[in-house]
Design a protein around this ligand. Structure first.
Ligand code: ADP
Ligand code: ASP
Ligand code: MG
Length: 604
């Protein structure tokens, strides 16, 4: 007999009729000879409603009381669904997170699952009952019985964690769209359904704004090899499979917290080209990377910093063998890039052959800002200065001086307890896979803000201090970008650092940094919430020149200015003005030929 975990989201259980429909599907699954554990969300927009109530009572409600409040939503659904099942003669029992024994950290509103005690569920399953579990919640420890929640959208994570702990044959996430699409169908009506997607791609998409799956759910599926499918609760269509590689054997203890970093990687075959003082107007990145693409030069990292006096710095890395050609392209374009037609000052090209990229990788880094901070601290303590930083949800990469590479690697391996020899990611030694399409999906995040710190002294350890401080307040940052140019302030070389973070964390981050700024000799701190982050994701962009150019050209064609750029191996993200976010998403989706003729019906 197979064991299936099914999770039904808010819209799928939004009314009495919907709960009846879910009961029918559950019974059908039982009749087909399966044991079934069902995880449910709160009905419809219940959780949003509870948040509103809290905000009407208190300006800053405590996180503990918020968990007490929000966890009630799911409790309503489990009871109703159990009743619906019992009404049809199907034995069923509802259980809260505490009753199941979903033990989490004592971190209210964003707790990670430490362990799930499976005995009670197994007992009920053996009795032939369907077990209906409240998603999104747990308890901090079997003695305290403090109710915790996993963070908004966390029922997906409850379901996949249960599937992993019970060693279920399958985890099915039922939602209000037919599966995972190339874009959010509410914003891009001609988005297309994917039959399957890799965990790595889904992790990026989910963390870049595609809320169809909670990123931590994808992380658990990947770590434990859970067979995961996303499908519509309205139809019998097969949905989208999220494909995991064969997992390493792994203990279920410390489920979401063990082993944040699984690998330290390096690439010493890289060189950097920076174009300094390019004008801040639409089309500049498109022009540069368009020309690079026409020469079939494959680029790795791209970083575009915030602008200072209407100019930007764009830096990118290539393999050493094509550095001369990349430099020639940049130098040929530079004279045409003047801030204004009358300006004599043109962009300046700077190259550096003596660099290496070192990275720490692991799905367990999601939402754990401490990991990046620890990497920066480790490098600082080893006396390694960081030239460029590129972050993704599952990897943080730093460009450092080539002479520092070995020292950086051994320090990182020691700190993150990586015994196996670090993996070299040099292109020559690991040929890139060549899947058919370079871009699988696009995502938009309108809930981000940008924070810029001016004039940060350019010495090892400053990033470590800044991001360590934010990590201490549990603030996750993304898209960290340092300007390429140094400015001398009071005799000290300084750089600007900018990063994006959740809007909800922006004010706290500003306060924390403002307090520390004088001690760290940093300048002004600026927050901009009027931004949107658009991203493209696809494992096929590795070894596929021209993808970045295509994205930038699509934006340029619509006069959308790019404020920041960062890349990882399988994603490119651009920050644009918030008002251009949705258009940017649509034109990029179109540019990569992702649109189809079928329109997806989304329930209201
Ligand atoms: P549930 O309540 O079932 O968990 P969510 O609202 O959390 O549902 O997630 C489903 C929603 O995710 C869809 O209605 C859709 O608007 C949104 N979404 C965003 N990006 C995507 C995508 N790439 N594919 C499918 N849905 C997406
Ligand atoms: N009800 C919770 C929320 O709205 C959890 C979930 O639905 O996944 O965020
Ligand atoms: Mg959801």
């Amino acid at each position: 007999m197979a064991l299936v975990v099914q999770k039904y989201g808010g819209t799928s259980v939004g009314s009495v009729e919907r709960i009846q429909a879910v009961a029918q599907r559950v019974m059908k699954t039982v009749k087909a000879g399966n044991s079934v554990v069902v995880v449910v969300s709160a009905m419809g927009k219940t959780t949003d409603g509870l948040v509103k109530l809290a905000n009407a009572i208190a300006t800053r409600p405590s996180r503990r009381e918020m968990d007490m409040l929000l966890s009630t939503g799911e409790q309503v659904t489990i009871a109703l669904l159990s009743m619906a099942l019992q009404e049809h003669g199907q034995p069923a029992i509802s259980l809260t997170g505490a009753q199941v024994g979903i033990v989490t950290e004592a971190e209210h509103s964003r707790a990670r699952i430490l362990e799930i005690k499976t005995e009670r569920i197994e007992r009920h399953l053996n009795n032939g009952e369907v077990v209906v579990v409240a998603g999104f919640q747990g308890i901090s420890s079997p003695t305290d019985l403090e109710i915790t929640t996993l963070g908004r959208g966390g029922s997906d994570t409850s379901a996949v964690a249960l599937a992993a702990s019970l060693r279920a044959n399958r985890c099915e996430i039922y939602t209000d769209v037919p599966g995972i699409l190339t874009a959010d169908p509410r914003l891009v009506p001609d988005a297309q359904l994917m039959d399957e997607i890799t965990c790595d791609e889904m992790l990026e998409l989910a963390s870049l704004g595609a809320k169809v799956l909670h990123p931590r759910a994808v992380e658990i599926a990947r770590n434990y090899g859970v067979l995961l499918v996303v499908l519509s609760s309205w139809t019998d269509d097969p949905g989208t499979k999220v494909v995991s590689p064969m997992p390493q054997p792994r203990s279920l203890e410390g489920l979401e917290i063990a082993h944040a970093v699984d690998a330290v990687e390096f690439d010493s075959d890289q060189a950097k080209v920076a174009l300094l003082r390019v004008p801040d107007r639409p089309g500049v990145a498109a022009r540069l990377f368009g020309e690079i693409a026409r020469q079939s030069l494959d680029i790795d990292l791209i970083i575009q910093s915030i602008h200072e006096t209407n100019t930007n710095d764009i830096a990118f890395t290539v393999t050493k063998d094509v550095l001369n050609r990349a430099e020639a392209v940049a130098s040929a374009i530079a004279p045409a890039l003047r801030t204004s037609p009358s300006s004599l000052e043109e962009a300046e090209v700077m190259v550096d052959r003596q660099i290496a990229k070192v990275s720490v990788a692991g799905a367990g880094m999601i939402g754990r800002p401490g990991i990046a901070a620890q990497m920066f601290t480790t490098l600082a303590e080893a006396g390694v200065n960081i030239q460029m930083i590129s972050t993704s949800e599952v990897k943080v990469s730093c460009v450092v001086d080539l002479d520092d590479c070995d020292r950086a690697i051994s320090a990182l391996c020691q700190v993150f307890q990586i015994d196996s020899s670090p993996v070299s990611r040099e292109v020559s030694s690991s040929p890139a896979p060549t899947p058919q399409v370079p871009v699988r999906g696009v995502a938009l995040d309108l809930n981000q803000a940008r924070l810029a710190i001016r004039h940060v002294p350019d010495r090892p350890g400053l990033s470590a201090k800044l991001f360590g401080l934010l990590a201490k307040h549990n603030i996750s940052v993304d898209m960290i970008i340092q300007s390429q140019r140094c400015r001398i302030i009071n005799g000290i070389p300084t750089r600007d650092i900018a990063f994006t973070l959740a809007q909800a964390d922006a004010e706290e981050a500003k306060m924390v940094l403002q307090e520390a700024a004088p001690n760290l000799e940093c300048g002004e701190i600026l927050v901009d919430s009027e931004i949107a982050k658009v991203s493209i994701v696809g494992a096929g962009m590795i070894g596929h020149p021209g993808v970045a150019a295509q994205m930038f050209e699509a934006l340029a064609k619509h006069q959308i200015n790019i404020q920041m750029i960062t890349t990882s191996e399988i994603k490119i993200s651009c920050v644009v003005a918030k008002e251009h976010g949705v258009t940017a998403l649509k034109v990029i989706h179109e540019a990569f030929g992702l649109a189809g003729s079928q329109k997806v019906q989304v329930p209201a």
